[in-house]
Ligand binder design. Sequence first.
Ligand code: PEP
Length: 257
Amino acid sequence: MKKIWIGSSWKMNKTSSEVTTFCDAITPILEQVPGTIQTFLIPPFPYVREVAEAVDRYGTCVGVQNICWAAQGAFTGEISAGMAKDIGALIVEIGHSERRQMFNETDETVNRKVRAALGTGLKPLVCVGDTAEEKRWGVSAEAIVRQVKIALFGLSKDELHNVIIAYEPVWAIGEQGVPASPYEAENGLYTIRQALIDMFGEDKAQQIILLYGGSVHQDNAAELIAQPSIDGLFVGRAAWDAEGYAELLSIVGCYCE
Ligand code: PEP
């Protein structure tokens, strides 16, 4: 049976002492998390090793928020998949809408990064999502299917069990975001699963973990996780402090029982 994934990316937030405070508060909670739940945390690069050292023993996966597609070389300011792995990362977030909007991430660079991650033994957590305009124009499904198909283009069927996809509608993310209803979240992820079935066949498509992200909070987590196509939740603001994350784990834990 698939585990329920629940984790958070901290984006460009937290000081070193805030990271230590978070780790001190969350580790006793992680110790209690049932085996049906897979926890993960994606801090900014400088804190990855510290967080990994604190939470590894509880089975929590730690990730990075980006990698370069190349393994090494003249790419000033970039970090390779191998370097991310060296400092304790198991996951790499790729193609978050903020990176697509502000840092010129394209479907093609997402695909190159997915291949670099898999080639190095990291799990790519690929973010896809429709914009508010695409939603208004009625082309949400087309937009997310295109992103998924290009992100996973050229992958072998044997690599798929390491792939995670997060449906993060751009209109649902962050302070200005309007949370997707459970129906909208389910619809997006169902569409993605069907596209994966077209690409790889039913068995392989079912191995890919599908997460929902975008204004997940303590009041909507239970309804979202109950949707049949949702394997887990990718949380931002609501899990940035240990209490918030702990509360979400307990909500999802109740659902698992
Ligand atoms: C995100 O930006 O990926 C995200 C899920 O953020 P939030 O939960 O804060 O909307």
